[in-house]
Design a protein around this ligand. Structure first.
Ligand code: MG
Length: 271
């Protein structure tokens, strides 16, 4: 059981984060990213629960329908093969399971897969489905994720009747931004994500001069609204901001029995 004072601190921290986001829009682009944990400043996170909080819980919203690729999109997966992807573990062929229905499914503990092509700023559409047969709980139920430039995770999770820390729930920017709504369809049905992502910028000294931003529609519902990404989405520890160039799109194997499926993945580079 977490201490009440910790909840209070984290709650206040969230308020600080909201205010900080507003202020940062008015500040110069060279300002350092704000710290989302407010009163946790100075306390080094040494265990996962130091960077997890449970309130406020986003309201549930009923979603709409799926989209089709526009004519200028790069189709990364249309159900026919995994040729645009490779294993993140060994650079070999992506060996997730190719299904007859035009989808692919995480193969247990085979590791993440990533696009062979690297991207910067993008518009991305994909559809994902958690297993209808419920297995695991909390972060071990239908956990996958979409890593933008290979570094910044938009969480995929079966959150139906499965509470977890809200900054790690479905459609969160992992451990950074709580989604504005919980818009999942029932477990076993297809969800869509439409993501608009603008890459961060760095100067010649390797310092970040502009934060990445991300907007996410979950089943057509706005859940991330031009959020300024604070840095890498770490499981333990603060976000990192080492300079980097374009990167792959990574789909996560959570290394348990989450068995999330994907279909209809297309991307439009915005650079
Ligand atoms: Mg994940």
């Amino acid at each position: 059981m977490r201490r009440a004072s910790v909840y209070l601190s984290l709650g206040l921290g969230l308020v600080v984060m909201a205010c900080g986001a507003q202020q940062s829009e008015e500040a110069s682009s060279s300002d350092a990213p704000s710290n989302p944990f407010g009163l946790f400043v100075g306390e080094e996170p040494t265990t996962p629960d130091k960077t997890e909080f449970y309130e406020p819980v986003p309201p549930k919203v009923r979603p709409g329908e799926m989209g089709l690729p526009p004519s200028d999109a790069i189709v990364l997966f249309d159900g026919s093969n995994l040729e645009q992807w490779k294993s993140s573990l060994n650079d070999g062929p992506a060996d997730w399971i190719l299904n007859d229905d035009g989808s692919m499914t995480v193969k247990d503990k085979s590791g993440n897969i990533e696009t062979k092509e690297h991207f910067g700023s993008i518009q991305l559409h994909l559809e994902w489905r958690s297993p209808s047969e419920i297995q695991g709980s909390n972060q071990s139920r239908g956990n996958s994720g979409v890593f933008l430039q290979g570094l910044y995770e938009v969480q995929v999770l079966d959150n139906n009747d499965n509470p977890t820390y809200v900054n790690g729930q479905v459609a969160s920017v992992y451990k950074q931004s709580v989604p504005l709504a919980m818009a999942s369809v029932p477990s076993g049905e297809w969800n869509s994500y439409d993501i608009i992502y603008h890459k961060p910028e760095f100067n010649e000294q390797g310092e970040k001069t502009k934060s990445a931003t991300v907007t996410v529609l979950h089943n057509g519902v706005l859940v991330q609204d031009h959020f300024e990404i604070l840095g890498t989405t770490e499981y333990i520890g603060w976000p990192k901001n080492n300079a980097h160039g374009d990167g792959p799109l990574i789909l996560q194997d959570h290394m348990d029995e989450s068995r999330v499926s994907y279909r209809n993945i297309w991307i439009r580079p915005l650079d």
